[in-house]
Every structure is written in structure tokens, then in C-alpha cells.
Design a protein around this ligand. Structure first.
Ligand code: RNT
Ligand code: ZN
Length: 425
């Protein structure tokens, strides 16, 4: 058993922390209330290594993304995935949403191609969401399909291929709209398109023109945007698209600005030393909303489990400092098949939440005043002093209040579930 603090210790530590933060003008209770109002969307694809439940004649991979590892216990169907997600949810405090990819349709053993998917194929997800008070988000799946093998989907020069994927994306928007109606609130739908080339394409222009055409066709389909809220996600490179990705950052920034579609920023989709924190104030000066894929790039991979690192802290600092938390849809995007998959969800989500809390506990007004007065030394010194304040004591109180394990106690619960459920699969 991993030792966790007792209730008395948690309360005592919280009271001491409260005094320390109060001295800086920060109210810890207010910070916790705001944290609790901030939803995070957990990605279904961590539970089964982005495999999905499609009935296929042959397994097809690709699309520039890949989960590596063979840790036992991946979910094999919707019931297992829902059960695993519920276990993860029980170990994470706060309002959680669940983010479904189109390949997680449940078609009762029938082969239904992606352009023919409807809300009926997601009825189990909708029922589960309703029964558990979990709102759903959605994604088009333009990979791991014979018509994606060429490396081009919506930007394909083959009209048959391009039309197929346009029909798929429109079908997905209708599904998102129906999910939104069922949950009486928006369903966030993300459009990520893997199209690109491995090496030195000499025509970078035509695929981009075709992607514009496809996106225009997709967004022209009438859906109620109160329920279906679209975002487009850029990328710098993928496996097999190292040299060129059609939907690059500049492409979607331009497309979004011109067409009034908001963009998704994945933290792993930029140059290794480029971070998204500085992009938020620029983008949100012009857009009313942004979707975040909280992720962690490591060298060539963009999808390691999220940790409480400076990148995560800085993203949430920017959002809180800019009063932009409410304009931001926060989702997670990573997949690691080399560790317990529930553990991956819980580590990543708890770290993202700690990142938000860390930002909410900042005496931003005080720092901004120092900066405005030109006292840059004091500002820098304060920024560093703040780093060792007792964030953990406030976080523990949050877990206690929300009735989820405090400290490392969740690791024991995860292990128990692994023995009882995952290793029996
Ligand atoms: C891929 C994108 C995309 C996917 C998911 C599965 O590079 O980040 O968001 O990870 O849609
Ligand atoms: Zn992503």
C-alpha cells in the first residue's frame, strides 16, 4: 500500500497553504471552485492504442500516428473501453468529458464504411454519457483505412477518394450535432487530416488547394453549430509525412481566419523547441475559441503521456492570465501502449489539472503590476519564488473534496483493477 496523507493531515496542510497564498492575495477556495468548473475531455483512444472497433477485412494502420508497446489489457470492445474509462474517471477529480473517434462506432458485427456512419452507431456511447453525466466530443477518423493508404485523403488528387472522405467528415458532423442535442450542450468535433509526403514534394500547392475545397464542402453541410462545434488541427510532421503536411499551422490559421472556423493546437505538433503558450494570446485576439490537445512531444513523437512540465504550466498560465480559460476547450491527446492504459489517462489528466490549478493560484495582478512599473527584477524573482509554494496541499484538498484518491493512493487502485480486470482479458 502506498501511503497517503490522512484527512487531518490534508486539512492541516491546506490551512497552512491557504495562509501562504492569502498573503499574496490569492484565495485558494476560489481557485478550487474555478478548477472544478473547468472541464477536460479525455480521449477514448488511449484505452486501446487507437485501434477502434471497426469490422475490417484486413487490418490497416498508418496515418502518421502509432502507439508503441504491448502492455496487457487493452480494451477490445465498447463495453471494456467504457468500463476502463469509468475506472479512470473514478481516480480523477472534476468535470470530465469523453472524446470519441469515428472508428469507435459500434455496428453489431456489421461492416459499415465510414461515409455511412450515423448517430445510431454511437447510441451506446450516448446512453453511457447520459447515465454517467459525461458529455461527449467527437473526431473524424481519416487514417487506418484502405482509402487513406496513399497518404492523401481530403487533399487527394483522386476524386473518388476525396469525395469519400468529404462524405465521412459530413457524416461525423451530423453525429456530433446529434450527440450535442442529446447532451443539451455542444459537442466539440475535431478535424485532423494526416495528408502529407515523406520527402521533397515538388507540388506543395495543389494538395493545399484541394484541402481547401474539401473543407469548404464539409463546412457547407448544414448542421446546427450550437451543437456541433468544429475545430481544425494542424501538424508539422508525422510518420511518413516527415517533409510535408498539407494541413500545416499556417494553412489552418489562414483557413480559419478566412472562413470563421476555430483551430485546434496540439502541444506536440510544432518544432521541438516551439511551444504553443505564446501562440494563445495571438490566436485568441482574433478567434473566439480554441481547442487544445494537451500532449507531450518527445523528439519525433508528439503523443507521450502529459506530465506537469513547464510547457503545460505555461499554457495554463497564459490562459488564466488572459482570462481565456472559458474560451478554451481542453482535451487530451496521447497514447502509450507500454504502460497501464488507465494509469496513462490518470497521470495525464491529473497533471493537466495540476497545471490549471498552478495557474489559478498565481497572484497575476501583482506580477503584472511589477512588470508595468518596470520592476522586472522583482517580477522575475517572484515568478521563481512562486514555484515552491505548496500547490500539492491545495491539490490534495481538491481530491479529498471531490472524493477521489489523494496522493499516490490511486496507484494501488489502478493495480487492483489491473489484476482483477485487465490481466483477465
Ligand atoms: C494526430 C493528431 C490527432 C490524433 C487523434 C487520434 O497527430 O494529434 O489529434 O492524435 O485524432
Ligand atoms: Zn492531436
Amino acid at each position: 500500500m502506498l501511503a497517503s496523507p490522512t484527512r487531518e493531515q490534508i486539512e492541516r496542510n491546506y490551512e497552512a497553504a491557504q495562509v501562504q497564498y492569502k498573503a499574496l492575495g490569492v484565495d485558494t477556495d476560489t481557485a478550487l471552485a474555478r478548477l472544478n468548473e473547468t472541464p477536460i475531455s479525455l480521449h477514448c483512444w488511449q484505452g486501446d492504442d487507437v485501434r477502434g472497433f471497426e469490422v475490417k477485412e484486413v487490418a490497416v494502420g498508418g496515418g502518421g500516428i502509432m502507439a508503441t508497446g504491448n502492455y496487457p489489457g487493452a480494451a477490445r470492445n465498447g463495453d471494456e473501453l467504457r468500463k476502463d474509462a469509468a475506472k479512470a474517471f473514478s481516480l480523477i477529480p472534476g468535470q470530465l468529458r469523453f472524446n470519441i473517434h469515428a472508428i469507435y462506432a459500434e455496428t453489431s458485427g456489421k461492416r459499415v464504411d465510414r461515409d455511412l456512419l450515423t448517430i445510431d452507431h454511437f447510441s451506446k456511447w450516448v446512453e453511457w454519457g447520459k447515465a454517467n453525466g459525461v458529455k461527449l466530443d467527437f473526431n473524424t477518423s481519416l487514417f487506418a483505412h484502405p482509402l487513406a493508404n496513399s497518404g492523401f485523403t481530403l487533399a487527394s488528387a483522386d476524386d473518388k477518394v476525396r469525395h469519400f472522405w468529404v462524405r465521412h467528415a459530413i457524416a461525423c458532423r451530423r453525429i456530433a450535432e446529434a450527440m450535442g442535442r442529446a447532451q443539451r450542450g455542444p459537442c466539440i468535433i475535431n478535424h485532423w487530416v494526416p495528408d502529407g509526403a515523406k520527402d521533397t514534394p515538388v507540388d506543395r500547392w495543389s494538395p493545399r488547394r484541394r484541402l481547401v475545397k474539401s473543407l469548404d464542402e464539409i463546412f457547407a453541410a448544414p448542421v446546427d453549430r450550437d451543437f456541433c462545434r468544429d475545430f481544425v488541427e494542424c501538424k508539422l510532421f508525422g510518420i511518413g509525412s516527415e517533409d510535408y503536411v498539407v494541413g500545416s499551422h499556417e494553412f489552418y490559421l489562414g483557413y480559419g481566419a478566412k472562413r470563421g472556423i476555430n483551430i485546434c493546437l496540439d502541444m506536440g505538433h510544432f518544432h521541438p523547441t516551439e511551444t504553443i503558450a505564446d501562440k494563445l494570446s495571438a490566436i485568441l485576439t482574433f478567434s473566439d475559441s480554441v481547442l487544445l490537445h494537451v500532449s507531450r512531444g518527445v523528439r519525433w513523437d508528439s503523443d507521450h503521456v502529459v506530465l506537469l512540465n513547464d510547457d503545460v504550466k505555461n499554457v495554463f498560465h497564459e490562459l488564466v492570465r488572459g482570462h481565456a480559460l472559458g474560451k478554451t476547450c481542453i482535451a487530451l491527446d496521447f497514447f502509450d501502449a507500454s504502460i497501464n492504459r488507465i494509469g496513462a489517462w490518470v497521470i495525464g489528466t491529473r497533471c493537466a489539472l495540476k497545471g490549471i490549478l498552478n495557474a489559478l493560484l498565481e497572484p497575476t495582478g501583482m506580477l503584472q503590476e511589477m512588470e508595468a512599473k518596470g520592476d522586472l527584477t522583482a517580477k522575475l524573482a517572484m515568478v521563481e519564488e512562486l514555484k515552491t509554494l505548496p500547490l500539492g496541499a491545495v491539490w490534495d484538498m481538491h481530491c479529498l473534496k471531490r472524493d477521489v484518491p489523494v496522493g499516490p493512493a490511486w496507484i494501488d487502485e489502478m493495480k487492483r483493477y489491473e489484476t482483477d480486470v485487465l490481466r483477465q482479458r
